[in-house]
Design a protein around this ligand. Structure first.
Ligand code: ADP
Length: 480
């Protein structure tokens, strides 16, 4: 591991302030996707341990929500500072279990910590309202209160940020939490729990359980003490969890799949568009839910854009994330590699041309790939690849590209490049997406509302809106 602080590498789950094993002693191995090497193991827990974590979160709730927002904010602030102080270790742990280049992992730690910092501040700004009475003797008061015990289920692509985006607002609002991180990347989650404890977050306020997704998930959704579930992952699992939450009418926040269109109009700054495409498509090796999935290039600039993109892609360096200068690590597993291969083979069979890459290198590594003249009936037009494949589609006019962009069940991120101001507003308003990047390939930050429309999810994370997902509105009708 070679961490400066070896206590950040935890191989036990965290319940009620204690590090614990599974009841039956079983474990799950965690490997390094770059080398296949086993890094360690974590408890394979199920419903019983999850129930205990929920009970701990319930027990911790009254005292936590009774603190002033400033007191809660101060603990979160300390958690943020500890993340920054331990940035190198946290990043190394992340690269080892997730594969992303160390520079990207360091960036993610800063990004992840920024949500804790932001919500440490926002805790103090949970304002209510006083509404003029509807009758002369009435005074109407609106207050906001924490929902209660919350459950979070997070994916492996951003092992730290997907957790802090949920834990930050939940804890700031006065909620407590039971988290189940992805089995591929549990060590980042445990390291965050260790730092939360050092920051003075009381026992039971933030619990982390690892193990069987189905068993833990069913307990989190089925246990009536849990009042809210927040999930980031696939639309398929999100749909299932939402259905399970229907029994108790639990509140849900869902960040699900995307199928981001990336549009380059003929008046765009092509160099800027290429720069945007590289960051939007190849960041995290294409494994983000906001990655450009379909690149629509207007006819007259199509060839020029493709040529420039090819040059930029040739500069990407694939390798072990711990090696200096690596810009693309491995994919998370063999299944991910197979999906990229499938999308390439399907598009080529339907008439697309390979412009760059196209092959797996070894293990889970894959060449950054560009396909041109991709037909609209290719699988990649409808499904998220979640890998380093940029398919270039051709379009003629604005109406056509808007129709193609919106022709999907998803509505998370979208991007377009144009300079004409009227066009910028027309297109931004017409895209059925929760986020629109205009002349930029990067839209995620802690001060902005991240989230999707349609089958991409419910709720928003980050920004002043993010804390609302963890609050109930209570209205007082006073007769004076
Ligand atoms: P991904 O493609 O990112 O792995 P998933 O939706 O499969 O997407 O996984 C996201 C998270 O959901 C992970 O933590 C995973 O363990 C968890 N998960 C998967 N299946 C279930 C399930 N049936 N119930 C609860 N959680 C699940």
């Amino acid at each position: 591991m070679q961490l400066k602080d070896t206590q950040l590498f935890r191989q036990q789950a965290f319940i009620d302030g204690s590090w614990v094993d599974a009841d039956n002693g079983q474990t799950i191995k965690v490997d390094n996707p770059a080398t296949g090497e086993i890094l360690g193991s974590v408890p394979k827990m199920g419903a019983a341990e999850t129930r205990r974590a929920i009970e701990a979160a319930d027990k911790a709730l009254p005292a936590w929500r009774a603190l002033t927002a400033k007191e809660r904010g101060n603990k979160l602030r300390r958690w943020f500072e500890l993340m920054i102080e331990n940035q190198d270790d946290l990043a190394r742990l992340m690269t080892l279990e997730q594969g992303k280049p160390l520079a990207e992992a360091k960036g993610e730690i800063v990004y992840a910590a920024s949500f804790i910092e932001w919500f440490a501040e926002e805790a103090k700004r949970v304002y209510g309202d006083v509404i003029p009475g509807h009758q002369p003797d009435k005074r109407l008061i609106v207050m906001k209160q924490p929902i209660g015990v919350t459950a979070a289920i997070t994916p492996w692509n951003f092992p730290a940020a997907m957790i802090t985006r949920k834990a930050g607002p939940a804890l700031a609002a006065g909620c407590t939490m039971v988290l189940k991180p992805a089995s591929q990347t549990p060590f980042s989650a445990f390291a965050l729990a260790e730092l939360a404890q050092r920051a003075g977050v009381p026992n039971g306020v933030f619990n982390v359980v690892s193990g069987s997704a189905g068993d833990i998930g069913s307990e989190l959704t089925g246990n009536p003490t849990v009042r809210k579930l927040t999930f980031t992952g696939s639309t398929e699992i999100g749909r299932q969890l939402m259905a399970e939450c229907a029994k108790d009418i639990k509140k849900v926040s869902l960040e699900l799949g995307g199928n981001a269109p990336f549009i380059v109009f003929d008046d765009a700054d092509l160099d800027k568009a290429v720069e945007g495409a590289i960051i939007s498509k190849y960041r995290n090796n294409g494994q983000t839910c906001v990655c450009a999935n379909r690149l629509y290039i207007q006819d007259s600039v199509y060839d020029a854009f493709a040529e420039k993109l090819k040059v930029a892609v040739a500069r990407l360096k694939v390798g072990n994330g711990l090696e200096e200068g690596t810009s693309a690590g491995p994919l998370i597993d063999e299944k991910a590699v197979a999906k990229v291969k499938e999308h390439i083979a399907d598009a080529v069979a339907k008439g697309a041309t390979l412009l760059s890459g196209g092959k797996s290198i070894e293990g889970n590594f894959f060449e950054p790939t560009i396909l041109t003249n991709v037909p609209n009936n290719a699988a990649v037009a409808k499904e998220e690849t979640f890998g380093p494949l940029a398919p270039l589609f051709r379009f003629k006019d604005e109406a056509e590209v808007i129709a193609m962009s919106n022709d999907t069940e998803f509505g998370l991120a979208s991007y377009f490049f144009a300079r004409d101001l009227s066009r910028v507003f027309r297109v931004a308003e017409a895209l059925e997406y929760g986020m629109v990047g205009v002349n930029t390939g990067l839209v995620s930050n802690e001060v902005a509302p991240f989230g999707g429309m349609k089958a991409s999810g419910l709720g928003r994370e980050g920004s002043k809106y993010g804390i609302e997902d963890y609050l109930e509105i209570k209205y007082l009708c006073l007769s004076v």
